[in-house]
Design a protein around this ligand. Structure first.
Ligand code: BG6
Length: 369
């Protein structure tokens, strides 16, 4: 049932192009518009939404952090993202016009379930983004958008994460579509890019051998840091989480702009630092700032592992290791940038002799608060 792979995680990483394509299937019509009638929240209600609140745990929380950039950009609706375990204890401000999105692979995570129950008690509508048909979270929500990743067995989430991102983009674009924003043309273009993105994920998977080699060479390290900016920041957090879960290594993700406010003190000779570089097109100011960050940490002896778009030559002089990803619209970059980090963590775990599919102390779904 592992389909020839040593671990479910390897199989699930390899299944990502299909998982992404399946999650888009039937949701984009021939004219290139989104059809999400399955949402069961009417366009009229969606036009009334004045605030989006996303609740989730673990990897699903990182998908939520990325969704915030997309939702606020394409819809101009304020969006908050909160760890489900923190949400109801701070007396959050919710009302009938708040749309709460609960993201969960299993649909059984108790923290997320309690957060959505709290939201519904306040009169808010809850939309579940979930991978498991008929599970508790979608059953208790007003609406559900299923991700079509197929069963995910490995405890550390990979393909479910990519499909959560796709579902979040669909919701963001759909909200933009029904509300009509000044980004209409951009929304159309992104829908087209999204429908091609599964091929780009496939291309990333074809070039992962150097990443595996690099991971093996770092097996005796104690710490790896991850830096990113804009949507690359949650990608950095996810890269660090994967490494903790699988390799049992100390790993931290930082917003690259925060480096100078503290974390740069951690930089020392030969410390591996993975940097997710935003596209030089689009928000190019951020790109240039991150390139300066790479220079700064390299000047202090860090071993720089740079994930950058194909054709971005500015990073070449400062990268000890360069991992190429295809060019995508800025907001979609996490779909390709996360993949090398999954492969990196999986290979490091294997090199350290860890149990990849069943990391110590973790469970696939945590049904206690
Ligand atoms: C954790 C799992 O306990 O729950 C993580 O180990 C997962 O991999 C998190 O991201 C949230 O799970 P779910 O099913 O709600 O997405």
């Amino acid at each position: 049932e592992k389909g020839g792979y040593d671990y479910f995680m390897l199989k699930e990483i390899a299944e990502q192009p299909k998982a992404v394509a399946d999650t888009l299937l039937g949701r984009i019509d021939a004219a290139g518009s989104l059809t999400l009638d399955e949402l069961r929240i009417s366009a009229a209600e969606l036009r009334e939404v004045d605030k989006v609140v996303i609740v989730a745990c673990g990897t699903a929380f990182h998908a939520g952090l990325i969704a915030k950039y997309a939702i606020e950009h394409w819809t101009r609706i304020p969006c908050e993202v909160e760890l489900a375990s923190e949400f109801r204890y701070r007396d959050p401000i919710l009302g009938a016009r708040s749309l709460v999105i609960a993201i969960s692979q299993s649909g059984e995570t108790m923290d997320t379930l309690m957060a959505l129950r709290h939201a519904r008690e306040q009169g808010s509508k809850v939309l579940a983004i979930c991978n498991t048909n008929g599970s508790t979270i979608p059953r208790e929500s007003d609406a559900v958008l299923y991700t079509h990743a197929g069963p995910e067995v490995a405890v550390a989430s990979t393909k479910a994460f990519l499909t959560q991102l796709v579902a979040c983009y669909l919701v963001a674009l759909y909200l933009g579509q029904v509300r009509g924003t000044k980004w209409g043309d951009e929304i159309q273009a992104v829908i087209r890019d999204l429908s091609r993105i599964s091929n780009e994920v496939e291309r990333v998977l074809e070039t992962m051998e150097p990443v595996r080699e690099l991971a093996r060479s770092l097996a005796d390290k104690k710490t790896v840091l991850f830096l990113g900016r804009h949507v690359g920041y949650p990608v950095a957090l996810e890269g660090a989480l994967k490494l903790k879960e699988l390799a049992y290594m100390h790993a931290e993700g930082f917003a690259a702009g925060e480096l100078k406010h503290g974390p740069i003190a951690l930089i020392e000779e030969d410390l591996p630092v993975v940097v997710v570089v935003p596209s030089p097109r689009g928000r190019s100011v951020l790109h240039d700032k991150i390139v300066s960050n790479i220079q700064e940490i390299r000047a202090r002896g860090a071993r720089t592992i740079v994930i950058a778009e194909e054709g971005d030559e500015t990073v070449v002089p400062y990268a000890d290791h360069l991992i190429r990803i295809p060019a995508t619209p800025t907001l979609l970059q996490p779909l390709v940038a996360t993949v090398p980090l999954q492969v990196f963590a999986c290979e490091l775990a294997t090199a350290r002799g860890n149990e990849v599919d069943q990391p110590r102390n973790l469970a696939k779904s945590v049904t206690v608060e």
